[in-house]
Design a protein around this ligand. Structure first.
Ligand SMILES: *Cc1c(COP(=O)(O)O)cnc(C)c1O
Length: 446
């Protein structure tokens, strides 16, 4: 343990960590970073193949984003966003508008992913109330979803052992059995899937839609569930169900937005528009905490009235619409759209799929390789034929994480699911390095 690490552990309580684990593997001290690489105090390099929690969309120290932020810094760093406005936010909405799923026209700025989800839930609830449906008080969500860690967001997520702990604090939501394509209950493959598992949602809607204000989902990719990818047809069917029962559809694009799935937004694969959509993470290239809750005119109009009618959405976060965050978002759009980064990532994705399949597809403990865009995940299993998971107490993923780290690759497995979710600017050479290390550490598995 170096001096920095000792001083860190004396006082810092790290997110999502059992602090005792750091006794044997202290936190990596990152001195600086460039592109997809992190460097420690001795100059040793680590490939950030998970984009620092899926946020760093276009590499660390991206010169275009840096310049945008520097220019903004000289002009205006922050201003109250109630009653005031500024150029970076206005021009950002104008640039985003033609890129969003058609019909999303109103932008409610917030300051991190969870806060945009909380806003989405409150908007949905209040919309129903103000359009004569005060009886619609509950939310539906997918059983293995993830929408953040604040209480509202947590309660529309998976009830795993960590979340269950807080159950007495949570809303009473309705969990719909999520698609599970690797272990499909209908024994379909991804090729011949017609979204049969929608029947679970249909049953739940028939029973509970009348008391439901909105359904919230991660479109096409359930990230925290282990990078579980489900087909566009399922999302289309959810949209149709919501329409049939007058339930609002909230799509949480915090992880999937801005090119992560190969298209600008995951909803684009299904050609649908949600009633409410949340974006964060890639929005600022992972530079600054900012999020937006997007809605349609129809939703917005339910709040637009004389003050005395008390229909306003009275919800705020201090750093909503932060100008530096908006400037970073401009840099992201410069790179993704104007400089062709999205297009380049689209051509890289099939190459990565092929490489990964060739190298580890036949490995006896690689159960499934699943992918969308540049996101590629492999689920490790004890028995490949029976798709039996490893005993979680073996912490197989954590063990491989340590091995990969010592070889200069930063993974952060989700249980026993290893994944790449690299910046879209990553090169073939860098991906080849990641594949080399991955292949190497997988050899230790028996
Ligand atoms: C990361 C994430 C969130 C939470 O965002 P925070 O900024 O960490 O609060 C919500 N939903 C999804 C799908 C995410 O991936």
């Amino acid at each position: 343990m170096n001096d920095y690490q000792q001083r860190d552990l004396a006082h810092i309580w790290h997110p999502c960590s059992q602090m005792k684990d750091y006794e044997s593997l202290p936190p990596l001290f990152v001195d600086h970073a460039k592109g997809a690489w992190l460097y420690d105090e001795k100059g040793k390099a680590y490939l950030d193949i998970i984009s620092s929690w899926w946020a760093n969309l276009l590499g660390h120290g991206n010169p275009v984003i840096n310049e945008r932020i520097k220019a903004q810094l000289e002009k205006l760093e922050h201003v109250i966003f109630a009653g005031c406005t500024h150029e970076a936010a206005i021009t950002l909405t104008e640039r985003l508008l033609p890129l969003l799923p058609k019909g999303l026209t109103k932008f409610h700025f917030n300051d991190n992913g969870s806060s945009s989800v909380e806003a989405a839930l409150k908007i949905a609830f209040q919309y129903q109330l103000q359009t004569g449906h005060g009886e619609r008080t509950r939310f539906m969500c997918l059983s293995d979803g993830y929408h953040g860690e604040t209480i509202g967001a947590l309660s529309v997520g998976s009830m795993d052992q960590f979340a269950r702990l807080y159950q007495p604090m949570m809303m009473d939501n309705i969990h719909v059995k999520a698609p599970d394509c690797y272990r499909c209950p209908f024994h379909k493959t991804r090729e011949n899937c017609q979204g049969d598992c929608i029947q679970y949602a249909e049953e739940t809607f028939a029973q509970s839609a009348k008391e439901t204000c909105a359904l919230i989902v991660e479109p096409l990719l359930q990230g925290c569930a282990g990078m579980r990818v489900y087909p566009a047809v399922y999302l289309k069917k959810l949209r149709a169900l919501c329409d049939a029962y007058n339930v609002l559809l909230i799509c949480d694009e915090i992880a999937t937005g801005f090119g992560r799935t190969g298209k600008l937004f995951a909803c684009d694969h299904a050609g649908i528009t949600p009633d409410i959509m949340t974006v964060s993470k890639g929005l600022t290239g992972g530079y600054l905490p900012m999020s937006i809750t997007l809605t349609t005119d129809a939703v917005y109009n339910a709040f637009y009235a004389d003050y005395s009618e008390h229909k306003a959405f009275v919800h705020s976060h201090t750093y909503a619409g932060n100008p530096l965050g908006c400037a970073a978002a401009h840099g992201v759009l410069d790179e993704l759209m104007d400089h062709g980064v999205l297009k380049k990532a689209q051509t890289l994705a099939p190459w990565l799929t092929e490489q990964l399949t060739q190298r580890v597809g036949e490995h006896p403990h690689v159960g499934e390789i699943r992918h969308i865009g540049l996101i590629h995940a492999l689920e490790l299993v004890a028995d490949k034929k029976k798709k039996t998971p490893y005993d979680p107490s073996r912490r197989m993923g954590y063990e491989l994480y340590q091995k990969a780290l010592s070889k200069g690759l930063l993974l952060r497995p989700l249980g026993d699911v290893l994944y790449f979710n690299p910046p879209l600017t990553i090169s073939r050479e860098e991906l080849t390095f990641a594949l080399d290390v991955l292949e190497d550490v997988l050899q230790s598995l028996s």
